[in-house]
Design a protein around this ligand. Structure first.
Ligand SMILES: [Cu+2]
Length: 146
């Protein structure tokens, strides 16, 4: 008994309450603690896929942290630096690039920690590597909710 920290002898109830308070805070703030994980396959047939199906749209919340987990498979052609696809986010209205969202995809799995655009609205994800004859069709909508 001598070696126990004094505080746990004097204030056992207080320390239990502190632990409970921390656990409660952590569980009530999942949006800040956990990024929105999006798993995408950039496939060899020049299509973005989610859950095995061709993906037409991704929806996120403005400013939320995002973890992109992308697996890229090489199509017929690739760029000189080895990138097999690209993942570039453009504003739909004027096709200007969103800073930080101009990604090159290497063969295999890769992760990107990003922040969703702070401005709600319509965006477009485009492949920026000429990956096959079907490259022009490699894009999807990206919707940012307020
Ligand atoms: Cu492409």
């Amino acid at each position: 008994m001598k070696n126990l920290p004094q505080s746990s002898i004097r204030f056992p109830a207080l320390s239990v309450m502190c632990v409970l308070a921390v656990v409660f805070l952590m569980s009530s703030l999942p949006a800040f603690a956990q990024p929105h994980v999006i798993e995408i396959l950039a496939d060899k047939d020049s299509r973005f896929k989610i859950g095995g199906k061709a993906a037409h749209q991704i929806t996120v919340k403005a400013g939320e942290p995002i973890l992109l987990r992308i697996e890229a498979r090489r199509g017929k052609t690739w760029s000189r630096d080895g990138a097999v696809h690209g993942f570039t986010l453009l504003r739909a209205k004027d096709h200007t690039k969103v800073p930080g969202w101009d990604l090159e995809l290497m063969p295999g799995k890769q992760e990107f920690s990003l922040k969703a655009p702070t401005q709600p609205g319509e965006y477009v994800v485009m492949c920026t590597v000429i990956c096959s004859d079907d490259h022009e069709g490699m894009h999807m909508k990206f919707h940012v909710l307020p």
